[in-house]
Design a protein around this ligand. Structure first.
Ligand SMILES: [Zn+2]
Length: 337
């Protein structure tokens, strides 16, 4: 069973609900993507039906094991198909709720990414929420509750999940085999989301970071053509563009910190501290702040406009950074390697 990291208070609350024997008929689990909401929902479903509640998390009873495997007659999981949960799936849930529990105490349906229910699906679900049959429990999971109808939200008991603290996340990533230094950077960059951190680790995140750091600290080394090439790499899709700008912001924040206090604690890219210290020496706080503004502006442009030419925005940004930090000039005859 995948161990659940963090969320101890929420788990204790849910366990107590089960022990008291009066769970709500519907729950809404909200919080950032990739922090284990579905794992907690699974644990809750197991507790709700476990015949031997006191058993150790590691020793499994048959009921818990089958729920975990998706093989229990009283627990089902719905998730989006091609990005949507449509009304026929809600009807299937309603049919599932027609019957009383076969083996366990409750029929439980977990709807993951509940915000992908389209309007007709949400309206259909509303009927179940308005007249909840006894012994049935609905658990909606979403990172964007604002996409749910207010009437759906208000009929569920809200359970808010916080992001995992960076230190907890770093330990977890390290346990997954990621070297400690890398794990610390990923944890600081991924807003407390395990899945986001793992994804970033799989992508060429560190390679991009290396490039971004040299663009910021030593743009002259790459030459104009090098910068434009980097710009192309960074803006090849929307995700890499927003990720690399996000990265640039944390780098600039680090630069700011080290400019004020060399060897400051709380820097994200600690493994680049020496290079940043060296760069920060000839950059004034004002310069770093103006670069920060430039990156924020580029990031807003790329995020708000679907049709924006990302590559062009990135070109302009990197050339501006380069000019500010003191890289190659744009004049005729500039050496473009
Ligand atoms: Zn059990």
């Amino acid at each position: 069973m995948t161990p659940i990291v963090g969320h101890r208070k929420l788990l204790a609350l849910l366990e107590q609900t089960v022990i008291n024997g009066v769970p709500a008929h519907a729950y809404l689990f909200t919080g950032p993507e990739g922090i284990g909401k579905q794992l907690v929902a699974g644990q809750f479903a197991r507790w709700l039906n476990c015949p031997d509640l006191g058993h150790d998390e590691r020793t499994e009873c048959s009921s818990c094991r089958r729920i975990q495997q998706g093989n229990h007659p009283d627990v089902i999981l719905e998730k989006p198909d091609k990005g949507r949960i449509r009304i026929d799936r809600i009807r299937a849930i309603q049919s599932f709720f027609v019957y009383a529990p076969v083996e366990g105490r409750f029929r439980v349906c977990v709807i993951d990414d509940a915000h992908t229910m389209n309007r007709p699906a949400q309206n259909a679900l509303l009927k179940t929420l308005e007249e909840p049959p006894a012994g049935r429990i609905l658990i909606l999971i979403t990172s964007t509750p604002s996409l749910l109808l207010p009437t759906v939200r208000s009929r569920c008991r809200r359970i808010r999940f916080g992001a995992l603290p960076a230190a907890v996340l770093a330990t977890l990533l390290h346990e997954k085999g990621i070297p400690a230094e890398r794990a610390a950077v990923l944890a600081a960059m991924s807003a407390g989301s395990v899945s986001r951190a793992v994804q970033m680790n799989a992508l060429d995140f560190f390679e991009l970071r290396e490039k971004m750091i040299s663009a910021l600290t030593d743009p002259g080394a790459r030459g104009i053509s090098g910068l434009l090439e980097l710009s192309g790499d960074l803006s090849k899709d929307r995700h890499s563009a927003t990720d690399s700008l996000e990265m640039a912001l944390t780098l600039l924040r680090d630069l700011m910190l080290t400019a004020v206090t060399p060897h400051a604690s709380g820097v994200v890219h600690g493994d680049f501290l020496d290079r940043m210290n060296a760069a920060a020496q000839h950059l004034s706080a004002d310069t770093i702040l103006s670069l920060y503004d430039e990156v924020v502006r580029a990031s807003e442009l790329i995020q708000s406009e679907i049709n924006v030419n990302r590559n062009l925005v990135m070109d302009v940004l990197l050339l501006r950074i380069s000019r500010t930090v003191g890289g190659p000039t744009l004049g005729i005859g500039a050496s473009a390697r």
